[in-house]
Design a protein around this ligand. Structure first.
Ligand SMILES: [Zn+2]
Length: 101
């Protein structure tokens, strides 16, 4: 199957181009992250995915892709479920936060 550009329809697509994140010394492939404990300074329960791009050589349009999307989805579900449970225990069922007396 030939991939085509969503913007211009060209078949001149460069797949899986690394997106680099670097300073003057270090260089690495850019990542996205989902944390299960984002407020923690360490041990955030982080799941990361490497980011790559498919680049159209005709018009420059790019699309981003995560390396481990299935693992990220599972983490997202766990974090969402945890947030939902936390809100349920704090709520009286009206969707408002309980009053503190
Ligand atoms: Zn294009």
């Amino acid at each position: 199957m030939t991939e085509t550009c969503r913007s211009c329809g060209s078949e001149r697509i460069i797949p899986s181009v690394a997106i680099l994140d670097h300073d003057y010394i270090n260089e690495r492939q850019a990542e996205i992250a989902i944390d299960s404990r984002p407020s923690f300074p360490l041990f955030k329960g982080r799941t990361v995915g490497k980011i790559s791009a498919h680049v159209c050589a005709a018009c420059g349009h790019m699309e981003l892709f995560a390396s481990n999307h299935e693992e990220l989805w599972e983490k997202h579900l766990k974090v969402s479920e945890k947030k939902e449970n936390k809100q349920k225990t704090q709520s009286d069922g009206t969707g408002r936060r309980p009053r503190v007396r």
